[in-house]
Structure formats: structure tokens, C-alpha cells
Design a binder for this molecule. Structure first.
Ligand code: BTN
Length: 319
């Protein structure tokens, strides 16, 4: 007997063109009853998919859906690839298997039911709308080799968008991707391992491609569909991003962070702007004058420049 997930994947593939498909046809095609089709449609609707039905015509998606295709992405990249329809979090999938997975393994998903962001926030992850990607990278030299890693990842995302679409996305320290002062994507790096020994990083990237308007997000956001005049091919985007990430992280591992400081500063959304650094209840104000060789944010207050580190800090414009 086919598993629920397999049936739902086939059902979505059949509906992905955005055309009507009768319940009878779907039931015959997938080898289940019409009642079962109705239940699978309900389960997909619960994941945020806009499927509706019309008496006598059948089921239809409100708009065509371009699904991630393992064969396509595999043919355009090297290395281990896991594509799942629905996961709790792609970072968690990699984390659970990190000991046995090869270097550079990637997990992609159509939907995350418990997508996580920085500072304990939820990352909204509706089905088929965006890109949710995690990559495993082991660093033999341990934690001290990770300074600046998350900034390097933001830079790799921005470079991918420039290469594919000629888009100049900016970076908000430490690793948010911004266009027109709105958030387009974010990076969450999680680390497994012990101080002093080798460690594994789980590098998670969320990139808004076609976020449904009704999704509730607590800050100004934008997606690629609003920015670009053409449809986005998520398979091409995923493949290019995977290749750029693997090349960029390999270079970072070999040469360290110093070569990435100047390219990062060129994209700094807050360069020479008045900002507030928020760390819990503490707020520090100053002018953002760049980053140092460890990836810390440099803040100028009167004539003194101080460096600030840590995943719990967030930066806001104070203008
Ligand atoms: C942020 O808060 O800006 C970071 C968001 C990171 C989201 C991505 S989506 C893929 C990966 N899996 C997760 O659960 N989170 C990251």
C-alpha cells in the first residue's frame, strides 16, 4: 500500500498545472477511493495549499505550482541531496542524521511545520511557496574556525541572486538578506559538537519566493515574485544556491573570513547609518561602520569604535 505522503505527492503533481481534475480521475490514477482523495485534499489544504473543488469539475489549485524536482536539482549539482515534501524543519532533518551524512549534504522541503528562525522565532514555511534549504558542513578545526561563517552564507545567498537575476540584495548584520529595506531571506546556523573538537554546522536558509499574502509575519518582508518581472524557477534557484554555497564554504574553510570582509561591507544595508543594537533589554545606539575580521559588528559612538558579537543581537535602524 502507498504511504500517505506518496499519494499526496502524486496528487499534487497531477494538480500542479492549475487545471481542473475530477475526483474520479484522481482516484483511478492514484489507486485509491474518491473518499480517500477528498481526505488527502483536506490534509493538503491544512498545509496552506489553496485547492478548491467545483461540483461536476473536480479539484483545482488556485494557481499553478512549480514543485521541487529531485532529478533536475541532482542533475545540476553534485553531492548528497534529500528532498522531502513536508518536514518539521530541514535543519532538524540534517541535525538528526548529521553523524552519518556526507559533507555538503543538502535537505530541501516544500513545507516546514516547525520552521525555525534566529532568536527562537518561527519561520513561516507554507507549502511550495518559498525555498527552505539546509546544508551540513563539518569543520575539523572546531568552533574557532566558525567566526564569520553566518555572514559568509548571507553573502553567498546575495551573490546567487545577483548571478541569476542581476538583483543587488543587501545584507543586514549578521545574515539577513534585504531588498528595498524589507527582508527577503534569513540564515540560521546551528552547531553540533564539543568545544576544542571537530564540529558540524547545520546551515539553514529560508528565501521568500512567492509568499501567500495572508501569512502573518512580524516585520516588513518581500518575496522574489514582487521584485522580479518573471516567474521564478525554484529548481534553478535551489541548484545555483547549492553550488554557490558549497564553493563559498570550501573557500571560507581554506582561507578564513578575512577575504569576505570587503565584499560583505559593500552590501551592508546599514553602512554609515544610525542604528540600535538590541540584546534582550539592552539597547546600544551608534553609527554602523562595518564589520571586523571576526565578523563582529563595528559601532561608532562619538569617537570610539566597538565590536559586537553574538547570535542574540539584532540591529534596527534608528533614523
Ligand atoms: C532568520 O530568523 O532570519 C533565520 C531563518 C532561517 C530559516 C531557514 S528555512 C530552512 C531552515 N530550516 C529551519 O527550520 N530554519 C532554516
Amino acid at each position: 500500500m502507498k504511504a500517505n505522503n506518496d499519494i499526496r505527492n502524486s496528487l499534487l503533481h497531477t494538480l500542479s498545472s492549475g487545471e481542473f481534475c475530477s475526483g474520479q480521475h484522481l482516484a483511478e490514477h492514484l489507486g485509491v477511493t474518491r473518499a480517500a482523495i477528498s481526505n488527502h485534499v483536506k490534509a493538503l489544504q491544512a498545509l496552506g495549499l489553496d485547492i478548491f473543488s467545483l461540483q461536476g469539475k473536480g479539484y483545482r489549485l488556485s494557481q499553478p505550482l512549480s514543485l521541487l524536482c529531485e532529478e533536475t536539482i541532482q542533475s545540476q549539482t553534485k553531492g548528497n541531496l534529500i528532498i522531502n515534501s513536508v518536514v518539521d524543519s530541514t535543519n532538524q532533518v540534517i541535525k538528526d542524521k548529521h553523524k552519518e551524512l556526507p559533507q555538503g549534504s543538502v535537505c530541501l522541503a516544500e513545507c516546514q511545520t516547525a520552521g525555525r528562525g534566529r532568536r527562537g522565532k518561527v519561520w513561516q514555511s507554507p507549502f511550495g511557496a518559498n525555498l527552505y534549504l539546509s546544508m551540513l558542513w563539518r569543520f575539523d578545526s572546531g568552533y574557532q574556525a566558525l567566526d564569520g561563517l553566518s555572514l559568509v552564507i548571507g553573502l553567498a545567498v546575495s551573490n546567487t541572486l545577483e548571478q541569476l537575476y542581476g538583483l543587488s540584495a543587501q545584507l543586514k548584520w549578521p545574515n539577513d538578506v534585504y531588498v528595498n529595506n524589507k527582508k527577503l531571506g534569513g540564515v540560521l546556523v546551528e552547531v553540533e559538537g564539543q568545544f576544542g573538537g571537530a564540529c558540524s554546522t547545520i546551515i539553514g536558509i529560508g528565501l521568500n519566493v512567492a509568499m501567500p499574502k495572508q501569512i502573518d509575519i512580524d516585520q516588513p518582508w518581500v518575496d522574489l515574485t514582487q521584485i522580479l518581472p518573471h516567474a521564478i524557477n525554484r529548481n534553478e534557484l535551489a541548484s545555483t544556491l547549492i553550488n554557490t554555497l558549497r564553493d563559498t564554504i570550501a573557500e571560507f574553510e581554506k582561507k578564513g573570513f578575512s577575504g569576505f570582509v570587503a565584499p560583505w561591507q559593500k552590501k551592508n544595508v546599514f553602512a554609515e547609518r544610525q542604528v540600535n543594537l538590541i540584546n534582550g533589554k539592552q539597547v546600544i545606539s551608534g553609527i554602523c561602520v562595518g564589520i571586523d575580521e571576526r565578523g563582529g559588528l563595528l559601532l561608532k559612538q562619538e569617537d570610539k569604535v566597538t565590536a559586537h558579537y553574538g547570535g542574540e543581537i539584532s540591529v534596527r535602524s534608528a533614523e
